[in-house]
Write a protein that binds this ligand. Structure first.
Ligand SMILES: Nc1ncnc2c1ncn2[C@@H]1O[C@H](COP(=O)(O)OP(=O)(O)OP(=O)(O)O)[C@@H](O)[C@H]1O
Ligand SMILES: [Mg+2]
Length: 445
């Protein structure tokens, strides 16, 4: 847009007088010229418009009655043009023309002066409107600058938000990828263990039978030939035959217990990592919690400077729940891992004598009613301030040092519980009061 430039103190303000009466022109010209304005004149509407277009003045004094297009039409055209619509127009009317004054003002003129002119009045009105115009221009410029700054700021904010979102999405992908590759690895290991395991446990059963048979056979020999001779008696003594026969059976049964345990672990691992089908399946929630606990076992045991974490299970009667078990295991894992994290952090610096007094406990309660299954995981750790509670489910919110926490565990957990299962994941906590996470899952989800 072309707009008249006015630089205070450097350029005279330019006023255009439009009047077809030479005496009027002369009086006004002298008055304004003497006051230090640059004055341009036009004798009719057309030439006034032409002059405005070529060089927009800072103010226009416009006569109403003129040959050709009159003052009103001139004013209407000035106001209709973007380049000239903001130039203040002052009408010049005869004292008696009240209707003209109203018409002029309603066309967008800022003021009127009456003929015959009072020089002081003309000057005063012209100055007031020039001043107003100057202030409006300054304000408009300031507003435009502000709008520009605002725009820049908004752009920066949206760029930052986009960056953060991308970052969060990337992190989430990494976490998902990590979970799925861990899941695959666990599943593969569990599967690979299975074959050799079944040789051992299957053969152990046979070995036990064979050994029992051999021992029975040996005993038969001993009965039938109580005096086998010095060489055999000496050897029996050397190898402590009595003890060996007794111990061998116990040894076999403890080996069987060991392999049974490995079989259990392998089943749990496969359960934990089970790739979820596209559809929900009816699953035993307790089994999911137990396998998760089993995987976390190394972190629950007492370690250097870190006391054992006790797990208290208060399991109620639960029906099978239609769900994605692998994903729910991930939720249990995230919540339990957080509790273990706070205990670990809390233990650093705790001296040995205090440990017993601050016995770390995670309590897991489950219950069901006709509509919901609720799993509560509660710790007696340091708890959280209300400020932290408000943010824990936010993307990337973490209080852990860089590299230790990504701040995704709970936000992903909430998505799994609420979006995937139509449930609710909530927390109750206060500083010094521990934290209790409640997972409510609808039974008919
Ligand atoms: N049981 C708890 N007691 C105290 N604070 C907790 C507990 N569980 C979570 N928090 C707080 O909530 C924050 C967010 O937890 P979240 O699991 O989402 O992320 P993170 O554990 O920091 O990182 P990530 O799980 O991605 O490795 C934690 O940094 C911690 O401050
Ligand atoms: Mg976490």
């Amino acid at each position: 847009m072309r707009s008249p430039m006015f630089i205070e103190g450097m350029e005279e303000e330019e006023i255009l007088i439009v009047d077809d009466t030479p005496t009027n022109l002369e009086v006004l010209f002298d008055c304004l010229d003497d006051a230090g304005f640059e004055v341009v004149v036009a004798k009719d509407g057309e030439s006034a418009l032409h002059k405005v277009e070529k060089e927009p003045p800072d103010l226009i004094l416009l006569d109403v009655m003129m040959p050709g297009i009159d003052g009103f039409e001139t004013c209407r055209r000035l106001k209709a043009n973007l380049d000239s619509k903001d130039i203040p127009v002052i009408f010049m009317t005869a004292l008696s023309d009240a209707a003209d004054k109203i018409a002029g003002l309603s066309l967008g003129a800022v003021d009127y002066i009456t003929k015959p002119f009072q020089q002081e009045e003309v000057l005063a009105r012209v100055k007031v409107h020039l001043q107003l115009r100057k202030e409006i221009k300054q304000r408009t410029a300031a507003e435009a600058e502000l709008a520009k700054l605002n725009q820049k700021l908004e752009k920066r904010v949206s760029e930052r938000t986009a960056e953060q979102l991308q970052d969060a999405q990337l992190q989430q992908l990494v976490q998902k990828e990590k979970m799925s590759s861990i899941g695959q690895l666990v599943a593969t290991v569990a599967h690979e263990i299975n074959n050799p395991l079944s040789f051992i446990s299957g053969n152990l059963t046979h070995a036990e039978l064979y050994i029992k048979d051999l021992i029975a056979h040996l005993q038969l020999y001993q009965d039938k030939f109580p005096t086998p001779g010095a060489e055999i008696a000496d050897h029996a003594e050397d190898i402590d035959l009595e003890f060996l026969m007794e111990d061998l059976c116990q040894l076999i049964s403890s080996m069987k217990k060991g392999t049974d345990r490995i079989v259990q672990i392998s089943v749990s691992l496969r359960n934990f990592s089970r790739a979820d089908t596209k559809n929900k399946v009816a699953a035993d929630i307790h089994e999911g919690i137990d396998t998760t606990l089993m995987i976390l076992k190394p972190r629950l045991k007492a370690r250097k400077n870190i006391p054992e974490i006790e797990i208290v299970k208060e399991y109620g009667e639960l029906p099978l729940v239609e769900c994605y078990p692998g994903q729910l295991n991930q939720v249990f894992m995230n919540i339990l891992a957080n509790a273990i994290d706070v205990f670990d952090e809390d233990s650093i610096g705790r001296d040995g004598t205090k440990r017993k007094a601050n016995h770390d406990i995670i309590t897991i309660c489950t219950e069901a009613n006709s509509q919901h299954v609720t799993i509560r995981i509660k710790d007696n750790g340091p708890g959280m301030s209300s400020e932290v509670i408000q943010q824990i489910f936010d993307y990337l919110f973490t209080t852990k040092p860089a590299g230790k926490g990504t701040g995704l565990g709970l936000s992903i957990s909430r998505q799994i519980v609420e979006k995937k299962h139509g449930g609710k994941l909530t927390v109750i906590s206060a500083p010094g009061q521990g934290a209790e996470f409640a997972i409510a899952l609808p039974l008919n989800c």
